[in-house]
Every structure is written in structure tokens, then in C-alpha cells.
Design a protein around this ligand. Structure first.
Ligand code: SF4
Length: 289
């Protein structure tokens, strides 16, 4: 998610920080970053529509994850109840009071069967809903081997500011997951790119995630993971914080800091397709294609 919208609660000394979103923008094209963040040029109508669609997609994902978390909670309660019922009645049947006559016993039996059938239907509905939300969000919240969401920028939880004050880098990932490894917490960022349909990771996305990982390490120290996840519409990628990625993020942060006081910044690539898809192409005098 972009971080150039205002967030309350920023530390007073963080306003000159470079954001992870800026790192991604600069990696796409230095000139596009300058036009957008320094010259404050308006993005094209198409880009604005695409951006709005991205915001809606993030919110939709957040509300689906919220429902998934709620359903996980319900499923855990149902599982706990049925386990206690099984413990109370080793045969797995509903307990039945001894009746004085056959009619009363059979009535109770019908009630018990009805309740059991209703319970089964309810469990099936929860199971199907869980499956649907898991597929749609890519999450298996609370499931075995999955992380717990501890922060989010999509409305599921409070968002978290990750910050490396020494490098002057900050960001709020779409999700921060907590895993437990050998009794210790491990925090892992996850960034959504719901509009991406690709089998390969975009370079700018990998650098944005690397920026989060660097800021995460400075924020949570030993509990920080050295990898994170990128979730595209077509699948989820795991990205490790390599020394090469770290070096490039650091170089971009320095370049952004220098570029903020520059009158102009030159194009940093020779890829025609980037210019074709560029949101500030209309303001650019170096566009390709
Ligand atoms: S049109 Fe091309 S060169 Fe110009 S800002 Fe966009 S990506 Fe960069």
C-alpha cells in the first residue's frame, strides 16, 4: 500500500524519512519518483482510476480477512464444544436423560438428532465459508503453520510503523504476521499487490519489501524475519533480504534524499513498457515509446 497518505502517530523526527513506497517508485523510474513526490505532478486519469481500484481491492481484502479471522474464532469454539461433548459422551452421541416412558425417550431422541443435524450443517457452512475466504485472501489465519496477524494497513488490525531511524527509512506493510519459532516470536511482513498478474516478482515490489524488512529489523531487532511475502492476484512469493537487495535499498534512500532538492532527475531505465504504463508520462520530457 502507498504511504504518502497522512498517518497520525508519526514520530516527530520521522517526517524527512524515505518511505518504502518511495523506494518502489524510485526503483520503477527515478524521474517518475521526482515528478510525483517532489514536483507533485498529478497522475493520469487512468493511473488515478487504477490507484482507486487498488485502494478498494486493499479494503476488500482487509474486510475478507476480518471475516476469516472471525470465522476461525467460531470454528475454534465449535471444535472445542464438540470435543468437550465427545469427552462427556464417549460414544459421541448427545447425552440423553433416562425417560419414564418410550414416547418421551423418542421425542428427546428426535430433538437430539435435529440438534446434531443442525450442528453438522452449521459446521459445514463454516467450513465452506472458511475455504472460500482462505482462497480469496490467500490466508489461513490461525491454521496450522500460519502466522497470526498482529498489524495491518487494510483495517483488520491497527497498522504498525516500521522504522530505521539511522537509515531514515519507514513504512507500514499491508500485514505484519507473527509466527512462533522455538518459543520465540518471528515477525514477517506481507505486502499485497492485488492488481498484479505475474509469475515473476517485479523489481520495484522486491525493493519495497526489502525496505520493510530493513525497517522491521530496526524496529523488532531479533524478532524480525529476514524474509517477507508478496501477494499478487496470481499467487504469493517469498522474498529474502539479500545483501544485494539491502545495498540497493540503501543506495536508493541516499539518491532520494539527494533528489529531493534537485530541480530535475533523469530517467533511470531504458524500458519502453515502463514509460507506456507510467502514471506521470504526460509530465515527462524523457518518455520512451
Ligand atoms: S515516462 Fe518514462 S522516463 Fe518519464 S517518468 Fe515515466 S517511466 Fe520515467
Amino acid at each position: 500500500m502507498t504511504e504518502n497518505r497522512s498517518h497520525s502517530g508519526l514520530p516527530p523526527d520521522s517526517h524527512a524519512d524515505v518511505t518504502a513506497s518511495e523506494v518502489a517508485s524510485y526503483a520503477y523510474c527515478a524521474k517518475a519518483w521526482h515528478l510525483r513526490y517532489v514536483m507533485e505532478r498529478e497522475p493520469s486519469r487512468v493511473a488515478s482510476v487504477r490507484q482507486e481500484a487498488g485502494v478498494v481491492a486493499h479494503e476488500t481484502h482487509g474486510s475478507r480477512v476480518g471475516r476469516l479471522v472471525w470465522l476461525e474464532g467460531r470454528a475454534a469454539v465449535v471444535h472445542h464444544r464438540s470435543a468437550s461433548r465427545r469427552r462427556a459422551t464417549p460414544c459421541g452421541c448427545a447425552p440423553m436423560a433416562p425417560g419414564r416412558d418410550g414416547r418421551k425417550v423418542s421425542l428427546l431422541r428426535y430433538v437430539a438428532i435435529g440438534l446434531a443435524a443442525g450442528g453438522l450443517l452449521g459446521a459445514l457452512a463454516v467450513y465452506l465459508a472458511l475455504r472460500w475466504y482462505r482462497q480469496r485472501t490467500g490466508f489461513a489465519v490461525g491454521g496450522q503453520g500460519s502466522g497470526r496477524i498482529v498489524a495491518s494497513d487494510t483495517g483488520v488490525e491497527e497498522s504498525v510503523l516500521l522504522r530505521d531511524p539511522q537509515l531514515g527509512l519507514r513504512g507500514r506493510p499491508d500485514y505484519l504476521l507473527e509466527f512462533e519459532v522455538a518459543g520465540h516470536p518471528l515477525f514477517v511482513p506481507l505486502e499485497l499487490k492485488p492488481g498484479r498478474r505475474s509469475r515473476r516478482i517485479y523489481e520495484s515490489d522486491a525493493l519495497q519489501l526489502a525496505a520493510y524488512l530493513i525497517a522491521l529489523r530496526a524496529t523488532t531487532k531479533d524478532a524480525a524475519a529476514t524474509f517477507g511475502y508478496l501477494r499478487y492476484a496470481t499467487g504469493t512469493f517469498k522474498v529474502g533480504l539479500t545483501s544485494e537487495l539491502e545495498r540497493r535499498v540503501s543506495a536508493i534512500v541516499q539518491a532520494i534524499r539527494a533528489g529531493r532538492s534537485a530541480a530535475t532527475v533523469s530517467r533511470s531505465h531504458s524500458i519502453v513498457q515502463r514509460c507506456v504504463n507510467c502514471s506521470v508520462r504526460a509530465h515527462c520530457d524523457e518518455a520512451l515509446g
